[in-house]
Design a binder for this molecule. Structure first.
Ligand code: HEM
Length: 486
């Protein structure tokens, strides 16, 4: 009653809770999408809940996506939220440990390195890593078996990303110490660290040691590459080593090293969660896995020649698998911003005060029946124009307009219901890489294997929301069988 009576009418409704500091932390944390949907039904698109003592205002729907993700820099701020978590992991002077204008330049360096020529060189690297992985892995000896699939995809993701983006020298170090060090860095990303990032706890000590060691490995590699006088390489590290800020200062080596950590961490969780979901979805629909195989035979030839970048465009179902999996399993369920000046919410009487945090959840509009018929059904064919489940993506005219925040042109509007890569100033620069990486991994696995659920059913495992990026609950065991040609 107190919560209802003392409510400021200019603030959004507050989600009912019993305990002051805890508020809705537990119900939100257990299943954020369900929490959003249940409260949307009660309170509408805009509501506030208490997350560890902080008033957190959620803005849902396409207008909510636009309001937060396209917020002006004087109104919203990402670094204020994320820096406590990311700076100890990535290191100083990059991403959220620098002014936003510097992040925009850093994103530009990364984006311009990802040219068509670079992608062309990445596909054979990724395809090779996948083939070698399965040939060597003791878990895939013999003709058939069962396996907990997510850890395998986590390894494949890091091997392929490090090789393509950071070069062979760094990739080879993942067979030695780098894998364990990245694991220690990862622990810095656990949600409790939003509060305990500073504490001298065992996992934070390991995080700090890992950060120093990994940064040194990168800096030594940069030094060696410079001394060799290397030219013409296609990895991002090489590109950053030779980039200069607008003020004429070359990117210092420690910043290159820290950006390398940031890049691998940003891509790792999102891509490995997505590839795990793809494999689990395929195991639940072996018929679609067969369709994927037939698509390759039909489009590339029965002998399935080595995969190229150009081939990916000839495989629309292979592309749709990634797109549809990201619709239902976007790994980033909550995007947060600090509020820097009071923000009136268009079309409402609400003004969000600077004491609140804003939370955007584009996954909610991506599963809204208003745009996606039968939204809970994983149907890669819905992305074909004549499918009964085809989305009605109401497009704002603005979406067609482009804007440059400093890292290349992106859509001006953020009001599409489908935004797994975010929108606006902080939009993902890894989208194209992730697509190339995921499509290549899927195409190669489809060439080698048939998957199904162990009990032959079409069931799909639940989602683990315990870390910052959502992923399948484990163990997520599937049955695999090699194709004759594998
Ligand atoms: C930003 C999703 C892969 C690098 C973002 C954002 C999302 C996202 C939603 C916006 C975050 C925000 O607004 O706060 C994804 C998904 C991926 C993926 C779903 C894969 C399936 C990658 C990869 C890289 C990468 C492979 C690196 C090569 C970045 C960077 C940002 C970003 C640098 C910018 C952060 C900022 O400006 O604040 N990503 N990402 N991502 N992502 Fe990705």
């Amino acid at each position: 009653l107190k919560q209802a009576l003392f409510r400021n009418p200019n603030e959004p409704p507050l989600v009912f809770h019993w305990f002051p500091f805890i508020g809705s932390t537990i119900t939100y944390g257990m299943d954020p999408p369900r929490f959003f949907k249940e409260n949307r039904a009660k309170y509408g698109d805009v509501f506030t809940f208490i997350l560890l003592g902080k008033k957190t205002t959620v803005c849902l729907g396409t207008q909510g996506n636009e309001f937060i993700l396209n917020g002006k820099i004087r109104d919203v701020c990402a670094e204020e939220i994320y820096t406590v978590l990311t700076t100890p992991v990535f290191g100083k002077d990059v991403v959220y440990d620098c002014p936003n204008s510097k992040l925009m330049e850093q994103k530009k360096f990364m984006k311009v390195a990802l040219t068509t020529e670079a992608f062309r060189s990445y596909v054979p690297i990724i395809a090779d890593e996948v083939t070698t992985y399965f040939k060597k892995s003791p878990d895939f000896k013999g003709q058939s078996g069962t396996v907990n699939i997510p850890p395998k995809l986590a390894q494949i993701t890091i091997f392929t990303a490090s090789h393509a983006l950071q070069g062979k020298e760094i990739r080879d170090k993942f067979d030695e110490s780098l894998a364990d060090l990245y694991h220690d860095l990862d622990m810095g990303f656990s949600p409790v660290n939003f509060m305990l990032h500073w504490a001298p706890l065992p996992w934070n000590k390991r995080r700090d040691h890992a950060q120093r060691t990994v940064a040194k490995i990168y800096m030594d590699t940069i030094k060696a590459r410079r001394e060799r006088g290397e030219t013409g390489s296609q990895d991002i590290m090489y590109h950053l080593m030779n980039s200069t800020y607008k003020n004429g200062v070359p990117v210092p080596d420690h910043e290159v090293a820290h950006m390398m950590i940031a890049l691998l961490m940003a891509g790792q969780h999102s891509s490995s969660s997505t590839s795990s979901w793809i494999m689990l979805r395929l195991a639940s629909r072996p018929d679609i896995m067969e369709e994927l195989y037939e698509e390759q035979v039909r489009s590339l030839g029965a002998d399935l020649p080595p995969l190229t970048y150009e081939d990916l465009a000839k495989l629309p179902l292979n592309q749709a698998i990634v797109k549809e999996t990201l619709r239902l399993h976007a790994p980033i369920h909550s995007i947060m911003r600090a509020v820097k000046s009071p923000m009136p919410v268009p079309g409402t009487k609400y003004v969000i005060p600077t004491s609140h945090v804003l939370l955007s959840a584009p996954g909610v509009s991506a599963t809204d029946p208003q745009y996606f018929p039968n939204p809970e059904v994983w149907d890669p064919h819905r992305w074909e124009p004549d499918s009964p489940n085809a989305p009605s993506l109401v497009r704002n005219e603005q979406d067609e307009e482009k804007i440059d925040y400093g890292y290349g042109l992106v859509s001006k509007g953020a009001s599409s219901p489908y935004l797994p890569f975010g929108a606006g100033r902080h939009r993902c620069i890894g989208e194209q890489f992730a697509n190339v990486q995921l499509q290549t991994i899927v195409a190669m696995i489809v060439r080698m294997f048939k998957f199904r659920n162990v009990d032959g059913s079409d069931k799909v495992i639940g989602t683990d929301y315990a870390s910052l990026f959502s992923r399948p609950l484990e163990p997520a065991i599937i049955y695999w069988e090699k194709r004759d040609r594998a």
